[in-house]
Design a protein. Sequence first.
Length: 267
Amino acid sequence: MSFSMDSFKLDGKIALVTGASYGIGFAIASALADAGATIVFNDRSQESVEKGMAAYKEAGIKAYGYVADVTNEAAVNDLVAKVKEDVGTIDILVNNAGIIKRMPMMEMSAEDFRQVIDVDLNGPFIVAKAVLPGMIEKGHGKIINICSMMSELGRETVSGYAAAKGGLKMLTKNICSEFGEANIQCNGIGPGYIATPQTAPLREKQADGSRHPFDQFIIAKTPAARWGESADLQGPAVFLASPASDFVNGHILYVDGGILAYIGKQP
Ligand code: NAP
Ligand code: GCO
């Protein structure tokens, strides 16, 4: 069988990227658009959707934006029905929307913990469940769950996030197990530390102008010796969304500059 670079193309495909007005979601959606896909995104507020629409327009991308909170099953089902009406049946889902609450576990209320699990784990379950019937009907589908280093590692202050992202890794493997026979591939991308608004507090300059200690820690812990950029996730996302990865299923592709491979600098 001969190989063709066309297997990376997404022409004619419809991709839903959740929470993609800015940050990682926007970068991934832009790359999928560049590869030929039609982009649909949602965000939880009208303001974010408008901000996103303006950003896509500026980038020369025709995108369809909708307000829908990924934790609201009825709103997500309405979103998928509306997309079917306006654009068509979704071929590619990127479960990107996510939140983090950084606080020591003993200070975290059960309600805060529940909220993180709700957005970061129940959300992907709800959206995947809503798009799967259309994918089954079409005879193919790609689901990419945005996982994290915290799908593998823990650290002080991110108990809810690590529990959710660890769960998302296993949801990925389970969707692969349950729907592989329907020609649906479900994989994860595990970004390392990426410079986005979500991680801005970890990079804030100190009063004396020096770099945040966490910033210095990440540079030292990353063999690539830098924070990732959202753009670092674009190639991996196109690969996992395209026919080039049709026999890759249930895999988490860590895009972390080597953090998970490295024990850390010797003293
Ligand atoms: P971000 O800058 O905070 O953007 C998150 C996006 O999700 C925003 O558009 C946000 O909308 C949206 N969102 C939040 N809750 C939502 C909900 N309930 N329904 C719909 N949309 C919702 O985050 P990011 O850094 O780009 O991260 C994107 C994904 O990558 C997340 O899943 C995150 O956990 C994961 N990740 C990030 C990093 C990193 O280093 N940055 C590393 C690993 C994994 P609003 O505008 O309404 O807030
Ligand atoms: C944190 C960070 C991380 C990253 C990312 C790592 O506080 O440790 O926010 O959790 O956002 O998910 O892969």
